[in-house]
Design a protein around this ligand. Sequence first.
Ligand code: PMP
Length: 437
Amino acid sequence: PLRPNNLEAFWMPFTANRQFKQAPRLLVGAKGMYYTDADGREILDGTAGLWCVNAGHAREKIVEAVSSQVAELDYAPAFQMGHPKAFELASRLANMMPSPLDHVFFTNSGSESVDTALKIALAYHRARGKGTKFRLLGRERGYHGVGFGGISVGGISGNRKTFGTLLTGVDHIRHTHDLARNAFSRGEPEYGAEFADDLEKVIALHDASNIAALIVEPVAGSTGVLIPPKGYLKRLREICDKHDILLIFDEVITGFGRLGTPFAVDHFDVIPDMVCTAKGITSGVIPMGAVFASKKIYDAFMDAPENTIELFHGYTYSAHPVACAAALATLDVYAEEGLLTRAAELASYWEDALHGMKGLPHVIDIRNLGLVGAIELEPIAGAPTKRAFSAFLKAFERNLMIRTTGDIIALSPPLIIEKAEIDRIFETLAGVLRDID
Ligand code: PMP
């Protein structure tokens, strides 16, 4: 079988990659719900790659759109010119979002979407003559990618500490998960909306006239699928409105059907000022992201007297024709197969199967919403992450791909999953949990 011949040349400086080198697991093919590994085994994809392959792997329509686009128009600059698919995609996306989030800025990843939204937030206030509003707020446990902006507003202190000073003027509000665990709750916890008032406390520290924006993941993904209590996000919206602070949703994971609605804004019925997306926009096939901005933001730039405000921002690959073609085909597949609401149809089956893990060895909490779920394991004393990593290895041995973050198993399958595959995921996991130390 195929084996890597130089494990050092391809460098990803994560602990997870050091673990990879101890036990290389090479993927060489993918179709539908399954990966094929270098030994020819079919591995059930329990995580949609990295939460991105929402339409399933190698969908014919998307493959075809990508290959014909490369042949037709392989590249076009997005500065001073464009190409038709960029406009078509922007308007289709804008139509999917509730008004007034109808202006779309293209990026190439989630991290870029976040940095883009943060820059737009600062420039927006400046365009309105409120340049003192420069401070940014994030949430503890928030993950917003690896750009300087994203790590700074991100709430994982371990990710920040290596870099010393990042962006200054950043504060983090406390995460509801640290204020009340809501253990084993199904879907959204019933209580805890009042934890949004922690935002008022942080605002009071600096005066609202200095604060530009708050960014939150509606459901924190990478830190272990943390579901907000009912009413919590609405309350954040109200507090931001009161203080003229922009609210940004990072929907890089929750976007494109993960929660059973096209976006989390639909599920939670809260409309932020900007929404960051990526991943599912092309179903993971080609890197792409998009920031949705509201009309008031767009107008602030457009109405500013000429040359008073310049947002120097844009990428060589913004609205790349191949990415646009992939995204348009992906949206077709979502629409034709009803995939953006499929998670809602499967949610109660998924929830019951997931909560069936309650009582199995090591399990201390279970959380779910739509087609996303987490099983939190009791950490081994003195060896955090070790137990979850063993679960990951054993699951892979048994032809199931899961993802772990800390001591949490995170699940987010492609939205094309069938009930029989849901059963298989949890039967395999039950065996894995019984068999690890
Ligand atoms: N925001 C969130 C909520 C994410 O989950 C991620 C990626 N896991 C990112 C931003 C960064 O996206 P990317 O890796 O595409 O830069």
